[in-house]
Design a protein around this ligand. Structure first.
Ligand SMILES: [Zn+2]
Length: 306
């Protein structure tokens, strides 16, 4: 009986209902105690390095020139790219036929709508400009030095269109405390339970499963390409298999309190080439970070109907 009572008193739900009825200051301190990362310094600086994808962050982020290593898409490796524009021109004479991204071209008019004729690591091919959709691992279908990040042609270092890792319209408050790793933020739900709520992919990518005792607990890493990754720590369950390609807004796990955590919350990070970046969601920078919950919140637009 006594044991049961202790267990029950440790659940968030037994404390949470008091939240609304209390005054701000003591509540905030209490909330941090209840749901936050503890001993964050133990968390490996780059847990993504254990990724079973093997790709880690070296996916062409800073060196698109090295990308053409046999993963070369469908065309013939650019052998006749510049030298034989007439070949492409002949096809172009057929109305209704247009050249797809990565196909050699001589003039932008030959390329399908949304693409232009430019230089990529494949030579002079039809390719996408800034923000155009793309589908290659190393940006071969994005013009110039643009990378293909989460299905979008972006300049190196430009943030993908990260959305909040929560379902549409949910409001979550966030904080960053002194012992926190990198530029992470911890999130708890503003209006309801945090425990067992879905954590959603902030952008499209490949999700991998990880575990770190005494640190991140069960966590998902989503690799977005272009050196970008997002982290989802302390999950109580995984919702996708290891190595799954996920869409933006797809559930990757259920929020929990595994690892170095004092209560259910989602520890979320955006990293570029292994370095924690200031978190940007839906184009909005969340820095400067508040040190306590319930000072600032975001409302998710992830997966909202257009
Ligand atoms: Zn944290």
């Amino acid at each position: 009986m006594g044991t049961l009572r202790i267990v029950a008193s440790m659940t968030q739900s037994s404390f949470w209902p008091h939240r609304g009825g209390r005054r701000g200051a003591p509540l905030v301190g209490f909330a941090l105690l209840v749901a936050g990362c503890v001993g964050g310094g133990t968390i490996d600086d780059s847990p993504g390095g254990q990724s079973s994808t093997g790709g880690t962050s070296a996916n062409g982020g800073e060196s698109p020139g090295t990308g053409g290593d046999g993963a070369g898409p469908t065309t013939d490796g650019g052998s006749n790219v510049g030298g034989d524009p007439s070949g492409a021109g002949g096809q172009g004479g057929d109305p209704g036929v247009c050249l797809q991204a990565t196909e050699p071209c001589a003039d932008p008019s030959e390329c399908c709508e949304g693409f232009t004729c430019g230089n990529t690591t494949l030579g002079q091919v039809c390719c996408g400009m800034d923000n155009a959709p793309c589908a290659t691992a190393n940006g071969e279908d994005c013009c110039g030095d643009l990378l293909c990040v989460a299905g979008q042609c972006l300049a190196a270092g430009a943030y993908p269109n990260f959305q909040a890792p929560f379902p549409c319209d949910e409001s979550w408050t966030y904080s960053h405390h002194d012992m926190e790793v990198r530029r992470a933020l911890d999130f708890v739900n503003d209006n309801g339970a945090t425990d067992a709520r879905p954590a959603l992919a902030a952008a499209a990518g490949v999700a991998t499963q990880h575990y770190e005792a005494g640190g991140a607990g069960n966590y998902i890493v989503v690799e977005h390409g272009g050196g970008w990754k997002t982290y989802y720590f302390h999950l109580q369950a995984f919702s996708v298999g290891d190595g799954t390609a996920v869409a933006q807004g797809q559930e990757v796990g259920l929020i929990g309190s595994t690892g170095a955590s004092s209560g259910p919350h989602l520890h979320f990070e955006e990293l570029l080439n292994g370095q924690g970046m200031d978190i940007v969601i839906n184009g909005q920078a969340l820095a400067p970070y508040p040190g306590s919950y319930f000072e600032q919140s975001i409302v998710s637009e992830n997966g909202c109907p257009p």
